[in-house]
Structures are given as structure tokens and as C-alpha cells.
Design a binder for this molecule. Sequence first.
Ligand code: HAM
Length: 433
Amino acid sequence: MSKQKLAAIRGMNDLLPADAPLWETFEARVVDLLKSYGYQQIRTPILEHTAVFTRGIGEVTDIVEKEMYSFTDTLNGEQLTLRPENTASVVRAVIEHNLLYDGPRRLWYMGPMFRHERPQRGRYRQFHQVGAEALGFPGPDVDAELILMLKRLWDVLGVGPVRLELNSLGQLDERLQHRKDLVAYFERHHGQLDADARRRLHTNPLRILDTKNPAMQPLVEGAPRLIEYLGDASRAHFERLQQLLRANGVEYAINPRLVRGLDYYNLTVFEWITDRLGAQGTICGGGRYDPLIEMLGGKPAPACGFAIGVERVIDLMREAAGVPQRPLCDVYVLHQGGATLAAAMRAAESMRDTGLDVLLHAGESSLKSQMKKADASGAEFAVIVGEAELAAGTAAVKALRARDGAWPFAEQKAVALDRLGDALVEALESLSE
Ligand code: HAM
């Protein structure tokens, strides 16, 4: 058997315990916030039929053309794909379970997504998103609310300044007219197009506007702007959204070249961007995708949403405040094996009944070495169930952290085994007063 060391797949990361408190803080805060705006959780499978994404995201997008982990299920020949994003899957589930039968829905999700991109800081092949999808709401009020919710989230997470870029993609007929003029414009300047742009010219010319190639910038600057093709209704939607944002103190910049990399969008699109993460500075992207439900076979219904790149936001949180240090437990229980182990185990369970986090020393070693472990655990108290204590029906409690004032267990003190939980909860409460 080969003994070659096994490693994780390139671009797919382990979350190690040292970083876990940061992720837990992020997850707890974001879930609280989403719930406070009336969003309900939905979980869809990580694996879907490939058609969910080819039909949903669009055949001629970077994601579908070159980034999907797709394969044929050898057992039944089905074409399957690891989800590269979750909006299409959520819409698939909403249609399948008829979730809009009694009115609109606000949904959220969190989990891993998969894209076969070139890994670098902030860009991974397995990454995580938290997303929100508001389905069945036609108006710009919901677009504004999603953006306000995100602004609040950045504050709650303490990620520092992030800027908001907005654009409107209008409706399909408006985009088609713009596209016609855009293609004609690029054809007139065919000599200046790079290979990528030439390839996209007749498949997805809007994406040429998104080019990162500096040589193409002057050409792109002079191209017809979609915003000038918007009809009255699209314009009104965009204007109202901006009014609502201004009235709520949200700063934004309109970026006419913001087109997003997925085909399902119309009207509002937006991104939140920071300069503090290098090239991968977009921490959140979203917008309105009124056509998608019908594209995936449902009864037409409007929708709007966003997804946050969790790794990128976590990076900002780490930069702002470091990783929160959390003790392993409140109480570390020491014992001397034999009957004291059984008693220590019972004591640990009864303390857990009162809500304390308790670590029971595993294995047998001297009390001195156990005390070192207790100290290193970050616990507030050591509870020693030694032979002498057990004989007296007590445990010795010792406070492990120096505290000002008359701290109850600064001196080692005997406490009846059946009083331990209450006594330590009381002591901890006196600390937080
Ligand atoms: P997206 O712009 O493709 O939109 O992705 C949203 C966010 O996910 C990005 O802004 C970025 O922060 C993060 N992200 C994307 N790819 C990677 C990667 N390879 N590594 C790390 N982070 C990444 C969507 O996925 C849409 N479903 C958003 C949406 C929801 N629109 C409407 N509803």
C-alpha cells in the first residue's frame, strides 16, 4: 500500500480549530441578523442535476463554461454538478415544493460552493456563501431592504468600510437593443478586440464590458451604455431604489459597467467591494433576477437576492479584531482514578446540567500535571475530586484566573459534590455583575 502523504485538494481548505471561533462568531451574527429581517432558512443539496445551473446561470458564462465540477454518475448516467452557487438551486427547490403558493418568501442559506477557478487569496475552489433570496416581491423596496440589511451586517461584524456599487440591467428588450448597438460598435472596432472579446462578441458581448484587460479599457469606455437604453419602468425602479437608499443614509456609486457574471439578472445589480483584500475585493454580489423562476420552469415571479463570500468577510474580520480567544471550558475536573473518576464523572455531568462547560480530565496522571492542563485550558475553575475529598463528599474548588476583589474561590475551598454546579454558576454570575 502506498504511504504517500494525503493532502486536501488544491483550493479546498480545512477549517482548523484555531480559526473556528471567528467562523462561529460570523455565523451566529449573520443568522441573528437574517432572522431579525424575517428570513427563513433553506438547505438544498450540494449536488444538483447539471441543467439547474446551465439553464439557470446561462451557458455562456465563465461559471458554466469553465468552472463547474460536473460529472456523470456512473451508476445511472445522470449529469450532475457540485453547486457553483445557490440561487438556481433555491429557485429549483421553491418551484419543486411550490413555496410561493401563499405569497412571497424571504429565504436564506449558508454553505460550501464549488468553482474550478485558479486559487489565490480570497479565491478558492471550495468556498462558502451566505445568501438571501427574496422571492415574489416586484418592487425596489425589497432591493433597498436587502442592501440595508447588508450595510447593517458590515457594522455588526465590524469589517470596516466597504463600498457599494450599483447598476441597472433593465429588461430583456432593453438589453437586446443595447446589445445590438454594442455588437455593431465592437464590430466597427474589431481590430482592437482581444481574443476573449472576439469569442464573446456574438455570444455574450455584455461581458466584454467587464474585461480586466487594460488595453481594452479605452474601447470599453466609449461603448454604448446600457443605462441609456432603459425604458420608463426600468428607470423608475432604479430611481426609486436610489431614493430609498439615500433616505436611509446608504452611500453608493453607480457603476455602469457592473454586469455580474450570471445571466439571470435584470434591473438592479450591486456589489460590495473593499480595497483591503487585494484583487478579490468583492465581498458580496447580488441583484434582481425576475426571469429565473420562469427559466427553471416555474410560474413567473419576481425575485431579488445576494450572496456573501464568507472567506473574504472572515479575512476582514480577522484583520479588524483578530481571532477571538475562547477558553475550552468553564470548569476543568481533576481526579485520582478509581472511585474518584466515577465520582468526578458524575460531578461533571451534574455541572453540565446547570449549563456549565466542563472538561473532565481523561486518562490518569498526577494532580500536578492535571493542574497544568487545567490552567492551559483557559477554565475559570479547577474542581479536584481527590480521594480525601471524595471521602468527605466534597470537591476542592480553585479559581484559576487572578481577579480583583473578594473572588469566591481565590483560596481553594471545599464544596459539597451536589452543590458544585449551583456554587460555580453563582460565582460566574458574580463575576459578570
Ligand atoms: P457571485 O458574484 O458569483 O454571485 O458570488 C457572490 C460572492 O461569492 C462573491 O462576491 C465572492 O465574495 C464570493 N465568491 C465567488 N467565487 C468565489 C471563490 N472562487 N472563492 C471565494 N469566494 C468566492 C452569486 O453567487 C449569486 N448567486 C448571488 C445572488 C444571490 N444573486 C442573487 N441572489
